[in-house]
Structure formats: C-alpha cells, structure tokens
Design a protein around this ligand. Structure first.
Ligand SMILES: Cc1cc2nc3c(=O)[nH]c(=O)nc-3n(C[C@H](O)[C@H](O)[C@H](O)COP(=O)(O)OP(=O)(O)OC[C@H]3O[C@@H](n4cnc5c(N)ncnc54)[C@H](O)[C@@H]3O)c2cc1C
Length: 468
C-alpha cells in the first residue's frame, strides 16, 4: 500500500521487493483462514504446512505482509527467560521450564530456518545485554536470576559497568548488567518478507490489502473483507494490537506505541568501540530503551510505552515518525555518550499489544471452539511468535499435545477497564512511570504516590518492573 510511513527496514527492501498479493474478492474457502500477515500469522501457516502439507491455508492481511510490527521492530530475538517468574506463576515450574527452553531454542531455529530457505535476514547471534543506566536500575534482573537458579537454569552472565565498557565501549551502564549470549538480532523486515515468500512457495494463499471487517462465527466461521468472504473450518486471529477490535480481548491488553530511529552507517566508530558485532542492549527503565547495531554498521535505537490508543482505535498515531525522538535521543546519549552526536536519519513507530503480565496468551475466542487468537506479546514477539505459531497450529488442528496444553493457552487477565477510565488511568500511571524513571537517574527516591501508581504498570521487560 503506498503512502504509508514505513520503517527504515521496509524502506530498505521494498524497492526490490515489489510483489503484492491480490486482494480477496468474492467467496473463497480454506481449511484454516488466518487474519494477519505478520510473524505470528506466517509462522502459524508454516507450522500448519509442516505438520499437514495438504492443508489448504489462506491469510488475509490489511496491508502487506510485514507491514505491521513485524516489519518495524528493533529485531531483538529474545527468549522468555526474563519472564520466568511470571511463567512459573502462570504455569508452574515444570511447564515454565518447558516453555522457557522452547523459547530459548528459537534464535538458533530462526537462524537455521533462514539458512534452509535462503532468507538473508542478517541473523546475528551476538547476545542481549540487559543493563542499568543508573545505580537505581542495578539489579533489576536479580529476581529473575534467583527464580531461574531455583530451577537450575543460568542463562545470564553478570557484568559490571567496567566489564561492559571494556568489552564493547558502552560507557553509560554504571549499574552493570547481565548478558544473555544466545539471543540474536535480525533485520526484521527481511525476516517477515522471507517468511511470506516461503509461505507462498509452500502453497499458502495470501491476500494483501484485505482488511478483516467482520468475523462471522458459527460452524464454518468466515473472515469478511470489503471485497470478499473467506470461509474456513478454523480461523486464527493473528492481528496483534488490532485485536483490540474484538470486545472479548480488549480488556486484556493496552495498545501503546514503540518508537524507533536509525543512524547512518558508522562502521568505523562501532569497530573502534568494539561494539560492531556486540550485543543488542536494553536499559532497565520501566519505559524500556534499546540500542543495537546492524549488519551495515548503523545503530538502531528506540523506546517503548509511547502513545496509548483510545479503546480499539489503532490509528494514525502508530503510523508516523517517532513523536518522542528528542527524548529517545537524549536517553540514547545517556546510555552511549560517545555516540551522542550521531544523528538519526529516519524514525518510525508501531503498535504494541501490552498485556498485564507481559507474556502472550493463546486460546479460543470466548464462545467459539474454532476461532483462535494469540495476543499480548508485549514488545517481545520476534522470537516468541515462532513458539506462538506452534501453539496456534496445535489449537487449530485440535491436537491435545504439549503446545495445546502449555501454560500460555489461557484466557488473558482482563486487567484494563473500558474507556474513558482506561485513558485517564493510563495517562496518570504513565506520568508516574516517567517521573520514576527520571528520579532514578537523578539518584532520588520517588514519592509514595508515584510508587503506589507503579503497581498498575503492566509487566515490562521483566516482571521486576511491576513492583519496582
Ligand atoms: C517499534 C517496535 C519495536 C519492537 N521491537 C521488538 C524487538 O526488538 N524484539 C521483539 O521481540 N519485539 C519487538 N517488538 C514487538 C514485535 O514486533 C511484535 O511482538 C511482533 O512483530 C508481533 O507479531 P504479530 O504477527 O503478532 O504482529 P504484526 O506484525 O503487527 O502482525 C499483525 C498483522 O495484522 C494485520 N492486521 C491488522 N488489522 C487487520 C485486519 N483488520 N485484517 C487483516 N489484517 C490485519 C496488520 O497489518 C499486521 O500486519 C517491537 C514492536 C515495535 C512496534
């Protein structure tokens, strides 16, 4: 679709990748119909094809595949170890371990999939550094590490600020950090478009520029668009933040913007620092900031917890340049002072489906046994959507296997009130978070009211941010 404000990643590849699938017209049928052509919809289709090659599958996508968060994200392929305490609370230690191990295998699985299918998604297994840009953030990971140790899992290497500076020239992490060496980065849009290409090659029908307008429920559910109707035995809803359009799911997550910016190539500076090929970095703010290098020597940096959607409206606020670019640049300069003068050449934003507990949920839509959803990736979906594809494939096939019964198959907690209470409440809590993050950096303690309001913050990168 022309005229959209695209991410750097999509702009980089769409000049050469001009293939647009036809829109849905008239009546079509499939064994399984999927709404949403991001990572989740595409991995689900690929997993279904891998298990039952004869299945007739069709995807409808309102834009182009990868036009949503999957073509705009920062490309961190993280696992779920930082969410381990939440997984234990949801599913018990044994199932949490199974989910954690499966999620930890995903970065290598994505790398292998890309090699097998000739997708040049720039997969770099350089690890993830979860750091502290001030003393108050130090130890944000302690609760996670303790919970993991109780299950004899030790994925993180603890580093001092000095270690981080010496290894990668990252001198804005006085509170140290922890390194998860098996995490990776990708070129997000190349991955999304590569998955699309493989899905098409395996016979998945894709209809682009085909927005779901109405779901018809019943024995044979159907996805209805402006131009057509796609009927199927089973339906999978993989529409990320846009699932807020479903009344049943709206109370279970809020839609917030994540914003991103990218610099011009600075390979010599990165090499001089020792960060070229170094880990992707996040801070431990409640509103998390990130910075990573790219294969062509740029730095991508950004921040979550931006604009909040009013009700179900995922509108123009998520299709723009980064509205908080000044703030993002300031925080980037704080984390990596020696790159403070490197200006971004492009910025963009996109929506995040932030559930209260920070881990995704999957299941049948209330009142149905043939329409399945996956939602609540909460800004950590690049890796976990591959796992989600397995879970949704099992649900769509009616399998009673380890995926259909894993702890993530559940109705997500309906934690968020309706409008206008949600908008007013979220704005108050958001201001408290901004205040807390600022005071942390000033070495000051937040007042009791601010601390009390933080209890209402949905889980961020780790569960510790809820109670901090
Ligand atoms: C700026 C940004 C940075 C991020 N960084 C990271 C990161 O570094 N690491 C990480 O793990 N996660 C990150 N995320 C989150 C990650 O991108 C998502 O969790 C992941 O892409 C979710 O995949 P998805 O398929 O569910 O969503 P999407 O890719 O958004 O796919 C949903 C699709 O549904 C389509 N759709 C919407 N409405 C309709 C409709 N009515 N009919 C048909 N189709 C519809 C959309 O166009 C979209 O293509 C980031 C997100 C953003 C926005």
């Amino acid at each position: 679709m022309t005229g959209r404000h695209r991410s750097h990643w999509l702009r980089q590849i769409l000049a050469d990748d001009t293939d647009v699938a036809p829109a849905l017209t008239g009546t079509a049928k499939a064994d399984v119909a999927i709404a949403g052509g991001g990572y989740l919809g595409l991995w689900t289709a690929l997993e279904l094809k891998a298990r039952e090659p004869a299945l007739d599958l069709a995807i409808i996508e309102r834009d182009i595949c990868g036009g949503g968060a999957s073509g705009r994200n920062a490309g961190y392929v993280l696992n779920l170890w930082a969410k381990f305490p939440t997984l234990v609370a949801l599913a018990g230690a044994d199932r949490a371990l199974r989910i954690g191990r499966a999620a930890a295998a995903v970065p290598a699985e994505i790398a292998a999939f890309c090699v097998e299918h000739g997708i040049d998604a720039e997969v770099r297994p350089d690890g993830w550094l979860w750091g502290a840009t001030c003393a108050a953030q130090a130890g944000a990971w302690d609760g996670v590490i303790e919970a993991l140790a109780r299950s004899q899992v030790t994925p993180f290497e603890v580093l001092t600020g000095h270690d981080i500076r010496t290894r990668w020239g990252l001198d804005g992490f006085p509170g140290g950090g922890v390194l998860e060496p098996t995490c990776a980065t990708v070129h997000p849009a190349k991955l999304a478009r590569g998955l699309r290409r493989v899905a098409l090659a395996k016979g998945v029908r894709i209809y682009e520029n085909s927005a779901l307008e109405r779901l018809e429920r019943g024995r044979r559910p159907a996805l209805v668009t402006a131009g057509g109707r796609l009927e199927a035995d089973r339906v999978v809803l993989a529409m990320n933040a846009w699932l807020a359009g479903f009344r049943e799911l709206r109370p279970t997550f809020i839609v917030v913007a994540a914003e991103a910016a990218i610099t011009e190539p600075i390979p010599d500076q990165l090499a001089a620092m020792g960060w070229a090929g170094g880990p992707a970095v996040t801070d431990s703010r409640t509103m998390v900031g990130n910075a990573r290098t790219t294969a062509d020597g740029r730095v991508e940096f950004g921040k979550g917890s931006g604009a909040l959607a009013f009700g179900a409206h995922v509108g123009a606020a998520y299709e723009t340049t980064a509205p908080r670019l000044d703030l993002i640049r300031r925080e980037f300069a704080q984390a990596i002072p020696r790159l403070a003068d490197v200006a971004p050449t492009h910025s963009w934003s996109g929506p995040i489906d932030r559930g209260f507990d920070g881990v995704p949920a999957f299941g049948p839509l209330a009142g149905t046994d043939n329409v399945f959803f996956g939602v609540g990736f909460s800004g950590n979906g690049v890796g976990p959507t591959k796992l989600g594809g397995r879970i949704l494939a099992s649900l769509a096939l009616g399998a009673r296997d380890e995926w259909a019964t894993c702890g993530l198959v559940r109705h997500p907690r309906a934690a968020f009130p309706g409008e206008p209470v949600r908008a007013v409440g979220s704005a108050i809590v958001r201001r408290a978070v901004i205040r807390k993050d600022r005071l942390d950096h000033e070495g000051l303690t937040a007042d009791p009211l601010t601390r009390a309001l933080l209890r209402f913050v949905p889980a961020g990168l780790s569960p510790t941010t809820v109670t901090s």
